[in-house]
Structure formats: C-alpha cells, structure tokens
Write a protein that binds this ligand. Sequence first.
Ligand SMILES: Cc1cc2nc3c(=O)[nH]c(=O)nc-3n(C[C@H](O)[C@H](O)[C@H](O)COP(=O)(O)O)c2cc1C
Length: 373
Amino acid sequence: MPNTHPTLAPYQIGALELRNRLVVAPMTRVSADSDGTPTADMAAYYRDFADGGFGLVLTEGTYTDTSHSQGYLNQPGLALEAHVKGWQRVVEAVHANGTPVIAQLMHAGALSQGNSYGSNTIAPSGIPPRGEMLEEYGGSGRWPVPKTMSVSDIATAVQGFVDAAARARSAGFDGVEVHAANGYLLDQFLTDYTNARDDQFGGTVANRIRLTAEIVREIRAASDDRFVVGVRLSQTKVNDIAYRWPGGAADAEVIFAALAQAGADYLHIASEGRDFIDTARLDNGRTITEVARTVSGLPVMANGGMHNLAQAADVLGGGHADLLSIGRAALANSDLPVRIAAGTEFESFDHTMLLPMATIANVRAWRARQTVR
Ligand SMILES: Cc1cc2nc3c(=O)[nH]c(=O)nc-3n(C[C@H](O)[C@H](O)[C@H](O)COP(=O)(O)O)c2cc1C
C-alpha cells in the first residue's frame, strides 16, 4: 500500500505547483568557483534532491552584490553575469524532472568572514557581533567590528537584492527567498541589540523590519506574478541560539503583517541550532509559525528536525505550517521523500560529514569512507 504521510500531499505557492510538502532547506556548501560561479558539481548536488523526490529546492545563501554582501569564500553569487550562467546549469538540472527551485538571496552584513570584493564589513550599527566565525565555512576567531551603514550603503544593499533577483529570473529560477534569518544583515536590522539606529530603520519593531519589507516590495514590483518571492526569518542566529524576539507574539504579528503587506508569497521560519519546538513555541502557548499563518494568510514553511515524521505530521495537521524544510537529514538522505513514500529507514546525519569544511566534496569523501567500512 502506498504511504500516505501528510508530508507527501501536493501543495501550491502562487502559481508554483509542488508535488509534496518537503522542501530542501538552504544550505551553504562553499563549493563555488573562487569568483562565485556555481560549478557542474553543484548542479549534480542539487539535481540529486530533485531526483530524490523533494517538492521544492531552496539554494544555499547566495550573495547579492560586489560590495559587502559576500559572507564566505567560495560562496556562490548572483552579482555578475558569470554567476547567472553557472546557475542556469543548476536550474536546468533541478528542472529536468519538473522540480521547482528558488534562490536564497543573502547579505552577510557583520557576519561576513570572507569577501573577495573587500575586507571591511557593514551593519546597521557599529556593534561587535557576538560569538566567533564559523570554521565549517572557512573562518576562525572574532568577526571584525562593522562600519555603521550610511543611507547610501543601505541603498546599495537594497539595489543588490533587486538586481540579484533580476539575475535569478534570467537564470530561470522560479523565485527568490530573501534571507532575513540566522543573524545576517537583514536579521541584524531586526534584532534589538545589533540595531541602535535612530532613523526609520531603527527603534520600534515596525522600523526594524522595514528594510526587509522594502526589499520584498521592490523585488515584487519588478517581477511578474508567477515569480515567487519568499522571506526567511528566525529568532535564533548562527551566533546566538538563545535569542527570542523580545515582544514575543506581539513582535511576530508586526513582522509578519509587514511582510504580507509588502507582497511576500510565503514565509519560512528557520530554527537555527535548535529543533522546531524549542524555537517556535511562544509564551502564550501558540507557535510562531501558526501566528505567521494566521496573521499573513500566506503559505508558511516550518523548519528544525522535520525528518521526525511524527512532529512533521503534528505541524502540518495542527495548522502550524503548510510546508516543511529539511536541512541536515536531506544531506544524509537526498532521497528522503522517496524513502518516506516507501517506508524505508533514513540514514542518520553525522556532523563529521561537514568537516573540515561543509563542502560538497567533503560530504562525498565522507560517503566513500562509509562504503569502504
Ligand atoms: C551545512 C549547513 C549550511 C546551512 N546554510 C544555510 C544557508 O545558507 N541559509 C540558511 O538560511 N540556512 C542555512 N542553514 C540552516 C538550515 O537551512 C536549517 O535551518 C537548519 O539546518 C535546521 O534544519 P534541520 O534540523 O532540518 O537541519 C544551514 C545548515 C547547514 C547544516
């Protein structure tokens, strides 16, 4: 009998038809050429998820401009024509069996630890980031203290997102996801302790979400209706897994309403460093994703340990989300949806597959070592 797990039910985001609710979470693989061009290896890596039955593929965080957006050396970009050509190969590979693919657009801000276009970093305010650089993406030690962004720096960053979205369209992507999660530039604007601005981008939560909303509005205005524009948000960050939005559900309502009003097509709530239930539960017993659904009326994607099928069924069945993004378990099982349908066991994720760096080549080497044993 075929498995009828709720993760396997079809779904639609705008005009985009998904064969199921299972989405590959964005995962940085620092495997592009040194100029940021995606490689043939990356096309093969992304194609594996499509062949493995995922309903939608989200790319890794991709830098948007040749100014301050790049976060890691060998991160792919959508900032040059050469990048578009490289991504076309990836898009064709994923589209080959009809799977849609969305590019995640990322500006690292203060959390840049490798930028081939310059060495200083920028952020809403000149406040030293918490924590230390991520070794798995080639960094070590403290992040530099960023320069406070001027009005013209903000305009450059906005234009970078808008131009990168245009390049994503010409590469054939089905949409873009604006990365406003996990501690990077747009999350630095949203976070109270990294944003000390006294202009229209600082102070109240409505002001702190304004930049992300403006970017969504501008991309939406420049794209046709079929092109999907999503936003990823999170409370936790790569450099602070304890952070929660200070106003809880009240902040969440302001944030989600602003993004819906700006024209977002879906909201994706990440659980960096924690499982869904640890990051999603609000003080009043609701979940942040359920608030997102109710306030915005948009499709909502939940994340964090969603390969736990009991949790996945509860989240979908309980009205907490419409879609589920899978990170680490997808790295261990590029065919996770096929396995769910067949009732086959999953391979467990082993963190050593990402060492010494989270490259595609290192995962392949790890896999070869397992086979030899
Ligand atoms: C190797 C790796 C790279 C990641 N890179 C990104 C990224 O580029 N953008 C992003 O929004 N999240 C990134 N994440 C976070 C994942 O998208 C996801 O939120 C996290 O792994 C939790 O989901 P999971 O429990 O299914 O793994 C990354 C995670 C991993 C393991």
